[in-house]
Design a protein around this ligand. Structure first.
Ligand code: SAH
Length: 358
């Protein structure tokens, strides 16, 4: 064993003991990655996850309800500047129909995700959230609609929204600049995350792996941020280029590095709800299974109407017809069973105790 590997194994052990690592230590762990070290991290991460949640994978029905967006994130296929995208937004009736179909299939969490679409004012979103919670009081509702004023988050929380996904994208300010135009600021993103948490949302942060300009130092910054902020959910997937964005020619992020990061995040935040993301499933046919084996415990099948799925193209070749489709839940069940897991049919709330709440 090399000195670096020995130190990395010691750091994995420290994580398992609940110790918090600093930037340099994270950097050491990231630099030391070998297939053997990643396998060790995955095995430890899976054991931690199994101890807290059992061999259960939670499902979330993802409804991509609008691809209109006022933002211009350089990586994203539905960015405002992509004039080639054909835009859509679902009506309240269409969204409720998605929820009904999902409920019948066994989904007890719905995730409403979309671009930052000004059509969805607070009044409209509050109405939508209220309608969903009225018809499905036993279900959790997650929103993922980007940055909004604190009062907006408060109104949506009061209307019944339980969770909110807002990836921080990168915790490194210079890297954030590289991924977004001037008017999008890391401090705003972070302020939104803090506001969401303070309002009592189960809050999800996260980042892409291998986005242009990302270094191991950026990833170490992400891990330092996550372990300080302690979100209930963390979304991590490989960056995948979209041909109509400024990053069209950039290489995709590494599946192996993504899996390793899933394991590290599981070890650092034992009770975190950690999806094996669609991007991971797109980058590798068995990405979701490998994600679960690396410590993930959530998958988010697509409940959007089939006709709009190809329009919510965040990156090229985004999968939408196999086991990631909600109506193919049996295939997902079989895939999970094949690796020793069952698909859980409950809300799948955060099992940890977060600060400020008992
Ligand atoms: N407008 C919402 C939802 C964004 S889409 C928001 O701002 O939160 C959800 C996530 O997809 C993004 O946070 C980003 O991390 C990821 N994503 C976007 N483009 C991607 C790409 N090209 N490759 C991989 N992931 C991407």
């Amino acid at each position: 064993m090399s000195g670096q590997t020995a130190e990395a194994v010691r750091l994995l052990e420290a994580l398992a003991q609940g110790e918090r690592l600093d930037h340099t230590q994270w950097r050491t762990l990231l630099e030391a990655r070998t297939p053997a070290l990643a396998a060790e991290a995955a095995q430890r991460a899976a054991a931690v996850r199994d101890r807290i949640y059992g061999k259960r994978v939670f499902i979330r029905g993802l409804i991509e309800f609008t691809n209109y967006c006022k933002n211009d994130c350089y990586y994203c296929g539905i960015r405002h500047g992509n004039r080639a995208t054909s835009r859509y937004r679902l009506t309240e009736d269409e969204i409720l129909a998605c929820c009904r179909a999902g409920y019948a299939l066994g989904f007890r969490t719905f995730v409403l995700q979309g671009g930052e679409d000004p059509y969805f004012t607070d009044a409209r979103l509050v109405r939508l959230v209220s309608a969903i919670k009225r018809e499905f009081p036993s279900c959790a509702l997650t929103l993922s609609v980007g940055e909004r004023p604190q009062e907006s988050y408060a109104a949506l929380r009061a209307a019944g929204a339980d969770r909110y996904l807002l990836r921080h994208e990168t915790a490194n300010a210079a890297h954030y600049r590289r991924l977004h135009p001037e008017n999008q600021r890391l401090e705003d993103r972070m302020a939104c995350l803090r506001a969401l948490k303070a309002l009592g949302y189960q809050t999800g942060a996260g980042f892409m792996v291998g986005s242009p300009g990302q270094t191991l130092d950026c990833l170490a910054d992400d891990l330092v941020f996550l372990t300080a902020f302690r979100p209930e959910m963390v979304g991590i997937g490989p960056f995948l280029p979209h041909h109509q964005t400024p990053f069209a020619g950039e290489p995709a992020g590494s599946v192996e590095m993504t899996l390793y990061l899933l394991s590290l995040v599981r070890l650092a935040l034992p009770a975190v709800l950690l999806p094996a993301t669609t991007a991971l499933g797109t980058a590798a046919g068995d990405g979701r299974e490998r994600g679960v084996q690396a410590g993930a415990n959530v998958v988010m099948p697509n409940l959007s109407p089939a006709g709009v799925r190809e329009k919510y193209m965040l990156y090229d070749n985004k999968i939408s017809t196999g086991s990631e489709a909600a109506e193919c839940l049996d295939e997902l069940r079989q895939r999970m069973q094949a690796i020793g897991y069952t698909v859980a049919v409950d809300r799948g709330d955060f099992a940890g105790i977060s600060e400020g709440k008992v």
